[in-house]
Design a protein around this ligand. Sequence first.
Ligand code: 6R9
Length: 653
Amino acid sequence: MSQNQETLSNLLQETRRFAPPAELAADANVTAAAYDEAAADRLGFWERQADRLTWAKRWDQTLDWSNPPFAKWFIGGELNVAYNCVDRHVEAGRGAKVAFHWEGEPEGDTRTISYAELQSQVNKAANALLELGVRKGDRVAIYMPMIPELPISMLACARIGATHSVVFGGFSSEALRTRIDDAQAKLVITADGGYRRGKPSALKPTVDEAVAQTPSVENVLVVRRTGQETADTDRDVWWHDVVDRQSDQHTAEPMDSEHPLYILYTSGTTGKPKGILHTTGGYLTQVAYTHHAVFDLKPETDVYWCSADIGWVTGHSYIVYGPLANGATSVMYEGTPDTPHRGRWWEIIEKYKVSIFYTAPTAIRTFMKWGDDIPAQHDLSSLRVLGSVGEPINPEAYVWYREHIGANKTPVVDTWWQTETGAIMISPLPGVTSGKPGAAMKPLPGIVADVVDDQAQSVPNGGGGFLVLPEPWPSMLRTIWGDDERYVKTYWSRFDGLYFAGDGAKKDDDGDIWLLGRVDDVMLVSGHNISTTEVESALVSHPKVAESAVVGATDPVTGQAIVAFVIPRGSAGEEVEGEDFLKELRDHVSKTLGPIAKPRQIMIVPELPKTRSGKIMRRLLRDVAENRSIGDVTTLADSTVMDLISEKLPSAK
Ligand code: 6R9
């Protein structure tokens, strides 16, 4: 955002409201009183949430903020994460309860894993890690498909105090190598391959290439999943050889509350990936509390499904640690939403009677594109809470999700957070909040957030600016692995004493928070700061548009001009190619947001470039809009997408 501009323009008006269903509100885990309780005594509030966990030794001090921005939570306390996620449920007589209904991509390939079975698997894996020489404090890289051995490996690490670093199963060998190297991992856990789009997709060759150049790695532990041929070096050991023969008994050792639980790398816009470090007590407290509060989880009756990949922070916190700490029954799915057909997800919801579903706007917009008739063929009546994460949810996508997936009755919780925050920070509460489509609403009880201008002054209601977090929170990152200085510089130096998240936001007239995308993406058009999110949402509110991405391109007259890329809805028909349609869209944006936001140019495209967690890579689209050659595409989920878009360019208007 430019230095002389203090606020983001606040263009979008949205008046629809959705009150919580009366039944849900009457029986909600968390009521409005929690906000007052936390405001009256914030640290006391977090102590009560820490009591959801089982501590081997109670903490002496709740928060140490004497050396900001380096926080410590629950100092002196000791606990074991795996014990909290697994053993204590078995000890409480809930061993037979299902932890995971696992659904492989090939139909019929399923596994049901109870808490007792999870305990025995985690113990065996922990014993195997010890046999392979892994000790407390060592780092273990995990590069796996979405199979049960992935959470089992993470929990086995946590059990013995090894710090895991999960790397997305789709990343290149170079990306894997730099992450292994940065953390100096001693062991890599992987599989021969996984199933993706109906075919086995190899992983092991990528690992072989990476570890050829990473001397820190002593062994590679390989799960047999697809049966693909793999090279077998001295370093390699098969999971079925080493893990299966171990004892299923292992006593979890309590760890210090600040013991490093995991590192997760985020790419950031420049430079080498940042190893975000999360620790033990504060992290588990906040993921458990938020999973209980935001999804209203009733562990005895709910079936919960988060469709994310575990290689993303959403999977760490809301497939593995939060749900298991709460003793939830979850669904875990290996594959893509369109294999073998575009109704696969809805079939899974119907099969397991999923009651809480958590996914990303990118998926929702894809389903909008595919058409309403696909979810309509399935019984989705078990659903009672729907969640969204990863990007701002366009109001129209929110309304579609609520109507076509949630039968027009389920609350939609739009949850804002980051790898760095570890857990949900800003979100509606399903039994309390009257939802506004497109708004993340308020910081959760115990969390403080604000929107400030250039001078770090809180903006008034109706204003826009930078989203900041003024107070430390239990699951906050502790540092960037091995680089304290970069941690301070990246997150705490833009505004003195405030964590700056990198996102633009606005407060509406009620003081509720709307996220407006990364500030790097904000456009400056004729002196107005306009958020890409608002223009995209205006486009998506046109009945023939499923998805759009908007960028600012250099313009001799206006400084930057708005260029939009649009994917039409499946039902839109043939007329979406013509000049009339493009004019209709430009006029629609002008009418919705004002003439200042009217795109100079709109291109109809079949796909948009996205990262593996579904975020649109606007940087690449800026290259297209400014007629440059296209930059680094290695973190794209599908690297052929840019070719598809370029092919369409001659017809661009
Ligand atoms: C959990 C996760 C973090 C960035 C974040 C923001 C965007 C995530 C959002 C959202 C608007 C939401 N983001 N959730 N923006 N509304 N509900 O996504 O972590 O991959 O680290 O990305 O994602 O821009 O700063 P991560």
